[in-house]
Ligand binder design. Structure first.
Ligand SMILES: *Cc1c(COP(=O)(O)O)cnc(C)c1O
Length: 399
């Protein structure tokens, strides 16, 4: 299953013309070491057993599949199902790859794990994994995001990681990446940069996908057991693309299953305030790899916006770029207002408060479901829960 796609990337880290290692030669040696260690360690029974036990006993996998009946009935079209990654320990899918990366860092004898965070979800998930495995952890975060995502900031402090506020540029995710990367370059031999999505230089897009693909394999099996058929549509929101590739991978070779990635249109595709990278981006290099990205004429990344901090990134995973070009996945957009509406609708129809990121996928599913019949089904990767966003939304809507 999905073999053709799992054999990607090639040895140089390319998915078609995307990915690779657009980095200085010293760093290339380090990335190649990580790749070698990953290829060796991840095949061992010891590593697989440890990771699988953590997925089961620590994260709470498998996450359930839930038929959102009231929501589906209200819309009167396709039946909507949710893959409940919001129920994972720490509240999102990110713990899946953070545990994998932290385990690998420990196997490689690294002294410190470093990362940036946007919504704070990657930071919390990584700080959690590092606390569990007893590794030093340092997280860089934009000041705007620090203000907006207060509960996650507090959690990271409690979990014992070193939090570095980033005051340069737009003070959001992109600048946090630059800041964390500078720190990493001080000692890349002993530090491990735990990338928070399927982005960055090879081997990260491959490794993070491999740690996330459990989501789709579980979902495929659960869905077959429940419905005796595969879903007609599988969808997920796309920031860097980890939760989307996580659920898509198991379905890539099921030609009858439509796959849809949902990007943030922010304040509108006709404004500069969006982060619809696959929809409006152009090919270029960013943060060490080739992908579609939102850049100016000189190749400088543009400031991007989404109501969901975790989707606020000017690049996107190389495998998504490839899947767009071969038209295996269709990429659509949802704006801030549609996202907020879906956030409230899912909360009030199902008693499930989604992350603003995940609400993008819910919003698109709500639109699409109405054009489909009740015999048809949509499976959404509900990538995270909305506790972190509750105060922000209540403020915005004056609740
Ligand atoms: C970080 C995050 C995302 C976006 O990241 P991807 O790599 O695109 O999955 C989506 N949902 C939630 C809940 C997140 O925390």
């Amino acid at each position: 299953m999905a073999r053709q796609f799992l054999e990607m990337p090639n040895n140089n880290g390319y998915f078609g013309e995307y990915g690779g290692q657009i980095i200085p030669p010293e760093l290339k040696t380090i990335m190649d070491d990580i790749n070698d260690a990953y290829e060796k360690v991840s095949q061992t029974e010891e590593f697989q057993k440890e990771l699988n036990e953590l997925y089961t006993d620590y994260v709470g996998r498998p996450s359930p599949i839930y038929h959102a009946r009231r929501l589906s009935d209200k819309l009167g079209g396709a039946r909507i199902f949710l893959k409940r990654e919001d129920l994972n320990h720490t509240g999102a899918h990110k713990i899946n790859h953070c545990l994998g990366e932290a385990l690998l860092a420990r196997h490689m004898g690294k002294t410190k794990v470093l990362a940036e965070t946007g919504a704070g979800q990657h930071g919390v998930a990584l700080a959690t994994a590092c606390a569990l495995l007893g590794i030093d952890c340092e997280i860089h975060m934009g000041e705007i995001d620090i203000e907006k995502e207060h509960p996650n900031v507090t959690k990271m402090k409690i979990l014992g990681c070193k939090l570095v506020p980033v005051s340069r540029g737009t003070r959001t995710l992109k600048d946090a990446v630059d800041s964390a990367f500078e720190e990493y370059l001080k000692d890349p031999v002993n530090f491990f940069y735990a990338i928070g999505s399927v982005v960055g230089p090879h081997p990260f897009p491959k490794m993070v996908r491999d740690f996330q693909k459990i989501v789709g394999y579980e979902a495929r099996e659960q869905f077959l057991a429940k419905e005796n058929a595969l879903p007609d549509v599988v969808m997920a929101c796309v920031g860097g693309g980890s939760n989307a590739i996580g659920i898509f991978t198991a379905f890539l070779e099921d030609e009858d299953v439509r796959l849809i990635g949902v990007e943030p249109a922010g304040k509108g595709l006709d404004t500069p305030d969006h982060a619809a990278t696959l929809t409006l981006g152009t090919k270029g290099a960013l943060h060490g790899f080739e992908c579609y990205n939102l850049q100016d004429k000189d190749g400088t990344p543009l400031p991007v916006h989404s109501i969901a901090s975790g989707l606020d990134y000017p690049g996107v995973g190389p495998q998504h770029c490839y899947l767009k070009d071969i038209e295996r996945v269709s990429y659509q957009t949802i704006d801030d207002q549609e996202c907020l509406d879906a956030f409230m609708t899912l909360s009030r129809m199902e008693g499930i408060i989604p992350a603003l990121e995940s609400a993008h996928a819910v919003a698109y599913a709500m639109k699409l479901a109405q054009t489909m019949s009740p015999q048809e089904t949509i499976l959404i990767n509900l990538s995270g829960r909305g506790d972190k966003d509750a105060d922000f939304v209540a403020d915005r809507l004056s609740l």
